[in-house]
Design a protein around this ligand. Structure first.
Ligand code: NAP
Length: 305
């Protein structure tokens, strides 16, 4: 597993991260095996959110691993806040309370990265700035980022927030390529030409914000996995063909396709299966050719102009 420097901070992170959204349903021994398999495969970055399993994902993660300081030091722990029942909340009070809850559940004094989970229509960036400064000065959070935000929302934060925004977590997979489609189909009278995100991909590259693609195996909004799925025959045939040529599983190719993009994205995989974690780690050793990358893109049903 390649370790890469993350821009605008001193983090040296595995280029693939393990998302912990689904682990709350596992037993403690299962969580321990999953996380240790990831660590053995070179994954040192773990993504959480205060809402995953209503807080259980974070709590069970620390409990199952019996998180000692030695083990904690081998990990980069990221969590997110800002989603509440029926509302989004980026108020200073909520951010500060949320982080205290995260630190307690994760049994740690410091969170490496805090992301704002989903844009709050009522955001007051001055309050976010105050919260971030308090969290950084107190040593509770080292670095900050956002999730599901467009360029102007980040610009608004940046007007007040002093700390660099190092990550933006966005949905992206072979079957969710909105971030790429609009750039390929500029100024055309077809749907893929529609820019739904304010050119977030180019904005992040210009501003050295690392994109963390979430749900890299899902199609739609959690509709299911596209691999080995009869709904995507041409895509699976192409991925299987390329997987065979590289001697890896289709799972590895789905991640290698994301890693091939020169934006240096850090995909967040959500599998709870240790065998799949091992398969996924092999993606880090593969560099797809330009031809293979475009063939997969086209096999997903995308047309080039
Ligand atoms: N910022 C946001 O708004 C946001 C939103 C959603 C998620 N996230 C983050 O992104 C992470 C990943 O999300 P996700 O879990 O939806 O993503 P995912 O990695 O696309 O999906 C994982 C799910 O797909 C299943 N799966 C079935 N076949 C698979 C295969 N061949 N390879 C891999 N997985 C397969 C897994 O089952 P098994 O467990 O049985 O392998 C698991 O249930 C989350 O844990 C979370 O940290 C962030």
């Amino acid at each position: 597993m390649k370790n890469v420097p993350i821009a605008n901070c001193d983090l040296q992170a595995s280029e693939i991260s393990l998302g912990c959204m689904r682990i709350w349903e596992l037993t403690n021994p299962e969580i321990s095996t999953l996380i240790n398999t990831a660590l053995d495969g070179g994954i040192n970055f773990f993504d959480h959110a205060d809402i995953y399993g209503g807080g259980q994902s974070e709590a069970k993660f620390a409990e199952a691993l019996d998180l000692t300081p030695q083990l904690r030091d081998k990990m980069i722990l990221q969590s997110k806040c800002g989603i509440r029942k029926g509302a989004f909340d980026f108020s200073k009070e909520h951010i500060l309370n949320a982080v205290d809850g995260i630190l307690t559940r994760l049994r740690t004094d410091t969170l490496d990265v805090l992301l704002l989970h989903r844009p709050d229509a009522l955001v007051e960036p001055e309050e976010v700035a105050e919260a971030f400064t308090i969290l950084q000065d107190s040593g509770k959070v080292k670095y900050f980022g956002v999730s599901n935000q467009n360029p102007m929302q980040i610009e608004l934060l940046k007007k007040f927030v002093k700390q660099p925004i190092i990550f933006n977590q966005l949905q992206f997979s072979i079957t969710n390529t909105g971030m790429i489609d609009a750039g390929i189909n500029v100024n055309m009278e077809i749907d893929p030409s529609i820019d739904r995100d304010g050119s977030i991909l180019d904005y992040c590259r210009l501003n050295d914000i690392t994109i963390q693609p979430w749900s890299p195996f899902q199609y739609g909004f959690f509709e299911g996995v596209f691999l080995d799925n009869d709904k995507f025959p041409e895509l699976n045939q192409k991925i299987d063909e390329i997987a065979a040529a590289h001697g890896v599983t289709n799972t590895a190719i789905a991640i290698a396709w994301i890693l091939r993009h020169p934006a240096h994205m850090q995909p967040i995989v959500g599998t709870t299966n240790p065998t799949r974690v091992k398969d996924i780690c092999k993606a880090s050793d593969i560099t797809l050719s330009r031809q293979d990358w475009y063939e997969i893109y086209r096999a997903a049903g995308n047309k080039l102009p």
